[in-house]
Ligand binder design. Structure first.
Ligand SMILES: NC(=O)C1=CN([C@@H]2O[C@H](COP(=O)(O)OP(=O)(O)OC[C@H]3O[C@@H](n4cnc5c(N)ncnc54)[C@H](OP(=O)(O)O)[C@@H]3O)[C@@H](O)[C@H]2O)[C@@H](O)CC1
Ligand SMILES: [K+]
Length: 488
């Protein structure tokens, strides 16, 4: 599993590396640039002409080392330093000197018109190496840099970004004014968090981590993208072997959510799935799935009868406004020891901070729901989701599945980023499907990260058959079996 780091953590890794390995920052930069070139060569030995666009920091230095390696292999290298030469770091100045000593082509550009004149003189470019900014991006991109980045994005030329696409905040994944849309990103030593959240996924296609043997820090945050097959079903079994789950919620107009979740639970492998609602709403059940059990609850007595022998319960779907009925459901469920998945309206009941006996509560908010739970606005969560996830775990002693471009799953021990989703999943009902899958995995004590990946890969399978705009939650459910087939 690749580690995920913030800029601060990456700087700690660098400092630890200097201290432990007695390596200078220049030598580390050279090591990085060489390794990046070596990896690139293995993947693309055909490209012959390189345009290096370098900023004044060490990200530009990495690009210059890359260019020197290419030059050694008789590739055509056009290196351009963008910005004020007075800002050049010591390390990149040393690289510039090496270029000059070897009579390598190197230009300095401080005005966009000079940049255009320069690139117009190059008759062919196979690949652009983006070394404008890495983790040192400190403000909104404007002026010359903005113009150069926008120029890059207009070209139909393959772009390799070093460390992260320039203009993308490597922590928050926000586009700072403008950002490179990279075909390839070679990120150094560990995944930068910004590649995974907010705009990160829209600025990058292929990402590779280039390991150069830097020191490690134990931060327990990882990228998780490998789906594991389900345990093999045994012949000598019956439906209860594969567990018995219950989904409670529903109000008039939003009852389909229960059916989607209950069906997803079945299709993802649970033995028995029941959906239940307030007796007042029973006529509104979406009874489209004959394999589901449909139950009604009038009072706590009914509820206690219903939850008997259930292995996991999902609560909160299809509730427009909470009433004493939903309060009774929540109050009862937190006094049981049945694993409880809270989604949608169910999540906000936690805010009452009632004493809970339940040892396993998994919440599955999107950013909006999570912001409400944590009493901040969505933008504040987007800026630093991991901080608020840790806060939430400390306050509510729950596991968190924060649904976003990359979904983040965290428990007391670790934080996993799952980036295999597709924008097709951004549609009504998709979250209900995920909740149902998580319910199955919680009941069978299987890793929640695999439930999330199952949902993501099912989205990808659906996308391979239908246009991304037209995929419905039903299509995700109908693609779950394809993921199981593929992964054995
Ligand atoms: N030994 C090492 O350090 C190693 C580093 N490595 C590599 O170096 C990268 C980090 O290098 P870095 O710290 O020099 O920062 P970098 O990303 O090049 O940019 C800083 C420059 O950009 C400028 N600037 C920023 N924002 C701007 C804006 N919006 N508009 C205009 N200017 C802006 C900023 O100016 P300032 O903020 O000072 O005004 C400064 O001049 C890292 O990602 C990795 O690739 C690896 O090789 C491993 C070893
Ligand atoms: K870059």
């Amino acid at each position: 599993m690749e580690q995920v780091v913030t800029i601060k953590e990456m700087k700690e890794i660098e400092q630890k590396t200097y201290a432990v390995q007695h390596i200078s920052s220049f030598d580390l930069m050279v090591k990085v640039g060489k390794e990046i070139y070596k990896t690139f060569q293995k993947e693309d030995s055909k490209s012959k002409t390189f345009l290096l666009l370098c900023g004044t920091g060490n990200n530009g230095g990495d690009a210059l080392v890359f260019g020197e390696e290419a030059f050694k292999q008789n590739k055509k290298v056009h290196a351009v330093i963008i910005g004020q030469p007075s800002k050049q770091t010591e390390e990149s100045l040393l690289m510039i000197k090496r270029y000059q000593d070897q009579n390598m082509e190197l230009s300095f550009v401080e005005h966009y018109r000079d940049f255009i004149t320069l690139v117009d003189q190059i008759n062919h470019i196979d690949i652009i190496i983006d070394g404008l900014f890495g983790i040192g991006l400190s403000k909104k991109v404007a002026g010359l840099y903005k113009d150069v980045i926008d120029w890059m994005n207009q070209q139909k030329i393959k772009t390799l970004s070093i460390d992260c696409p320039s203009g993308l905040n490597a922590d928050t994944g926000e586009i700072m004014g403008t950002a490179v849309k990279a075909d390839l990103t070679y990120t150094i030593e560990a995944y930068k968090q910004g590649l995974l959240i907010n705009d990160g996924l829209d600025c990058t296609k292929d990402i590779k981590v280039i390991h150069v043997g830097m020191e490690s820090i134990p931060n327990q945050k990882f990228l998780y993208d490998t789906f594991q097959p389900m345990p093999t079903r045994i012949h000598n079994s019956h439906k209860y072997h594969y567990k018995n789950v219950l989904t409670i919620g529903g109000q008039v107009g939003v009852m389909g959510a229960l059916t989607l979740a209950g069906q997803s639970a079945l299709v993802s492998g649970v033995g028995l799935s029941t959906i239940a609602t307030n007796i007042q709403h029973q006529d509104h059940f979406v009874r489209s799935i004959p394999e589901l059990m449909y139950e009604v609850i009038q009072d706590q007595k009914d509820l206690l009868k219903l939850i008997n022998k259930k292995d996991a319960i999902l609560f909160g779907l299809g509730i427009k406004a909470s009433t004493p009925f939903e309060q009774m459901i929540f109050d009862t469920l937190i006094q049981t020891d049945i694993p409880l998945v809270l989604d949608a309206a169910g999540i906000l009941f936690l805010k009452q901070k009632k004493h809970s006996k339940n040892q396993r509560i998994i919440i599955t908010p999107h950013y909006g729901e999570f912001a409400k739970l944590m009493d901040v606005d969505v933008n504040t969560i987007s800026q630093n989701p991991t901080y608020y996830i840790n806060q939430c775990i400390n306050i509510y002693h729950c596991e968190v599945v924060l649904k976003g471009p990359s979904t983040i799953y965290a428990n007391q021990n670790q934080m996993l980023y799952l980036n295999q989703g597709t924008p097709a999943l951004a549609k009504a009902g998709s979250g209900d499907v995920l909740a149902g899958i998580i319910l199955t995995f919680a009941s069978r004590n299987l890793p929640i990260e695999h439930a999330i990946l199952l949902h993501m890969f099912a989205g990808q399978e659906a996308k391979s058959k239908k246009h991304v705009e037209s995929i419905l939650a039903q299509d995700i459910i109908n693609s779950i079996h394809l993921v199981y087939k593929k992964y054995g």
